[in-house]
Design a protein around this ligand. Sequence first.
Ligand code: ADP
Length: 482
Amino acid sequence: MNVLQVSAEIFPLLKTGGLADVAGALPLALNATGCQVRVLLPGFAPILADLTDRVTLAELVAPWGEPVRVCQGRLASLNLPAYVMDVPALYQRAGTPYEDAQRQPFTDNDRRFALLGWVAARLAAGLDAQWQPQVVHSHDWHAGLAGAYMAYLPPQRARVANVFTVHNLAYQGLFAPRHFFELGLPASAFSVDGLEFHGQLSFMKAGLFYADHITTVSPTYAREIQTPEQGCGLDGLLRTRAGDLSGILNGVDEAVWDPATDAAIAQRFDARKLEGKAQCKAALQQALGLAVQADAPLFGVVSRLTEQKGLHLVLAILDELVSRGGQLVVLGTGEAALETTFVQRARTHPASIAVRIGYDEPFAHQIFAATDVTLVPSRFEPCGLTQMYGLKYGSLPLVHRVGGLADTVVDCSLEDLAEGTANGFVFNNFNAHSLSRAMARAFALYAQPATWRKVRNRAMRQRLDWSQAASQYLALYQRLCH
Ligand code: ADP
């Protein structure tokens, strides 16, 4: 089964969030099932720098007249065949893949990402005579136009299935309608049965509308996005597509996230030998100027600092956390107001709260390794990876019962403790009181070390690798190709 995976980011080369982790892990997991996966990526500097055995596959002209070189080679860091669009004017810029250094979206993001879908459709239509994809699998709004172009470009040599995965419905790729005529799509595509969304262009809607099948990254999120509360205005469309919509839970890339082999942490450990975890905790407390106290429950946050992540609830319970004898470490970057408030709170309680603003991959590993609890109080969460990293590293997740968090974490209620299914703490209502009660349960369990160890042991042994998700994607591809 030849699969072309299309995304804007890929770990370890370019990452702003969980999308990159998935884009880096899924191809290798699919290859292990017998698929032949190739990836298509924009030519951001770190991606081009990693591309070995590089040759030019084609020199094309984008629908708006810009020359486009499509290169082909192998990503050295992943040992994965890749197509990359080498268009320096579009992709070689300061800032994130999506925003400039002032955190403003690039004004030509429509072109920068329309091209991703357009080249995907050209590959589906036989651009590479040596390799024909049977499935084009595109991820999030950045790749959302792949299906639209596949529907309207000149006929394909073979029928190619088109799968679209929603990693976060809240980011939709909305653009002013004047951009439509640059895209080279027929006028009929700018309608309610197409890209049009309340008078604007929506790349996310295109992805949902034209896909043969839509997946989201957890079964619960697949249900939630069909409701007005979580559908971001697209729930009506998603309800009409309910028969072609399913949730496949992400996995953990164990080549990257495994405390037994992790080179970024102070001491390696596993479920059988946990001395290393205590050493990681002491090392982190020391490095951050926290009181070096083995028996202080250490809570961790590794997160984008955005409204979605519910961190204002953490701020609301922070004094209680400290007065109960807990500690908190935060690593994150995002909204200025959240950054400033967390930094101020750390100044007030330097022995109990440490905050680092920024993006730091090794430090994220150190936090999961050191902490006792991983906080993920998101308002909504399509899948969430950090609660799964917490499970693997013996840092019990404390989460809001929503999306993928609901699918991966079972509260330490008396009955779930007795039945051996509990692996963390879950709160039902998105408010500080509900979070505070879950935190109180975490403190109560921490005060019973034998039970805590039992729950942690179970959490660390849970199977979270990508093999299950990969077989579900494979089954989907096979069904669509018949
Ligand atoms: P989202 O994709 O919404 O940001 P996920 O939980 O799916 O949330 O994935 C977040 C990924 O980004 C995880 O791999 C997490 O460790 C990482 N991450 C988030 N913020 C930071 C940060 N400041 N430094 C390092 N890694 C981070």
